[in-house]
Structures are given as structure tokens and as C-alpha cells.
Write a protein that binds this ligand. Structure first.
Ligand SMILES: [Zn+2]
Length: 235
């Protein structure tokens, strides 16, 4: 776990900033039909509960959920992937089902404003997200018919024939892409971000490279090597 300590510390810092920002500018969260502090506490409770359930699934059986623990990315990222596969991360459709938001204008996907923000839409079917996945597939010289919903995508992605480092890089792409789409989605909501899908794709590549270098103590390849010469590293 030590490998991730700096990453976790940084994540906690970001969460702390996000939290104070949300609390100090609670008025910006007009779409949330509840007290902002309460919302943050509920989210934290939800994450803690997810940790517990996740640990159980890891130890109980060799199910898809149990197999999601790869220790290739920071724990928070893998927990998020687990929640996304279970389709209970706090998308707008989930918040709607819990009566935490109301009004059709508040349940649309923040990335396209066209469709209900379900897990399937946000993570895969949204044109924005589909473009991000396509950037990553192109990085691997692959073309695909994207499986959906999220559990099917996870099963497909993790049932690969790769070996050794190539396998780890490929599997990291799944976590990094899901996580990066989620972060940019939050950035759209809270910071009116206008990040482009191709930029998120590049960010995914950078995250994967940094995670691989940290996890396997890879000094011979730079982040740029991973991004531009992946074929050479895979061999
Ligand atoms: Zn969308």
C-alpha cells in the first residue's frame, strides 16, 4: 500500500479542497435538494460502506466484483470502479432514485445534456465518454464494438489474453478511463470545466503510465515513452 501513500495524500487534499469549496459555495449546488454538508457526509458514508462490501466480495468468491481488485491503481480508484460496476456510484439517476435531486433538467448527463445520466450512459454511451474509450483503443491499435452496460464492459476488458506488463497496462486502462471520465464529469458540474474528450484520453494515458511506473518501479521508460511508444514497451 505504501506505493499509493503520496497518491492517497494528494487525493485527500483534493477532497478536502472540494469539500470546503462545496460548503463555502453551497449555493452553486442548487440542483441538490438537500443540505450540502449532509450530501458530502452521505457520500463519505456511501464510500465507507462500499469499502466494507467490497472487501467482502473480494474474499467471498471469484465473481466479477471480487476480481476487480488488481492493486494496479490507487485504492480509491479501484473502489470507484467497483461502485461503477455495481452501478451505485452517485450518478444523477442514482441521486434521483434516492430523492436527492428533482427536476428533469437536473438529471441529464452533464457531459452532453441530452440523456439521463445513468452509469451506462455516463461511462460508455455518452459521445464524450465513447470518444475517450476510442482514444485508448486507438492507443492499443484496436477497433471495437463497445460492450455495455458497465459490468459487461468490465468482464470484456478484464478477460484479456495479455500477459505480464502488457496485461497490467491494459487492465489499468480500464480503471484510469472510468476514473478520468468520473473526474471530468465532476469538474463539469462543479467548475464549469470545458475539457475536451481527447484531452481526457491523453490524461488517461498519463495516469496509466504514472501508475505503472510507481507500481513496478519502472525507471527505464518515461511517461512520454508510455504515451508515444506503447508498442515497444508491450513487446
Ligand atoms: Zn452524455
Amino acid at each position: 500500500m505504501k506505493t499509493w501513500d503520496p497518491v492517497i495524500e494528494r487525493t485527500e487534499e483534493v477532497l478536502s479542497v472540494w469539500r470546503s469549496r462545496c460548503i463555502s459555495t453551497g449555493g452553486r449546488l442548487t440542483l441538490i435538494n438537500s443540505n450540502t454538508v449532509e450530501m458530502v457526509e452521505r457520500w463519505e458514508k456511501c464510500v465507507k460502506s462500499a469499502y466494507g462490501q467490497w472487501e467482502q466480495s473480494v474474499h467471498s468468491s471469484n465473481t466479477l466484483l471480487g476480481s476487480l481488485w488488481k492493486n494496479l491503481s490507487p485504492p480509491k480508484v479501484e473502489v470507484f470502479a467497483w461502485m461503477a460496476v455495481k452501478e451505485n456510484a452517485a450518478t444523477r439517476s442514482v441521486l434521483l432514485s434516492r430523492n436527492l435531486i428533482t427536476g428533469i433538467q437536473h438529471v441529464l448527463c452533464p457531459l452532453c445534456s441530452l440523456y439521463l445520466e445513468t452509469h451506462k450512459h455516463l461511462s460508455i454511451q455518452c459521445h464524450f465518454s465513447w470518444t475517450v474509450w476510442s482514444v485508448i483503443l486507438e492507443w492499443w491499435n484496436l477497433k471495437w464494438a463497445c460492450p455495455s452496460p458497465v459490468p459487461d464492459l468490465a468482464s470484456w476488458w478484464l478477460a484479456n489474453g495479455y500477459k505480464n506488463l502488457e496485461k497490467h497496462i491494459w487492465e489499468s486502462c480500464f480503471y484510469a478511463t472510468l476514473w478520468s471520465i468520473w473526474l471530468v464529469r465532476n469538474d463539469y458540474i462543479f467548475n464549469n470545466s470545458t475539457t475536451q474528450a481527447w484531452e481526457v484520453g491523453e490524461l488517461v494515458k498519463t495516469r496509466v503510465a504514472m501508475w505503472m511506473k510507481a507500481k513496478f518501479d519502472i525507471k527505464v521508460y518515461s511517461v512520454e515513452d508510455f504515451k508515444f511508444f506503447l508498442d515497444g514497451i508491450r513487446k
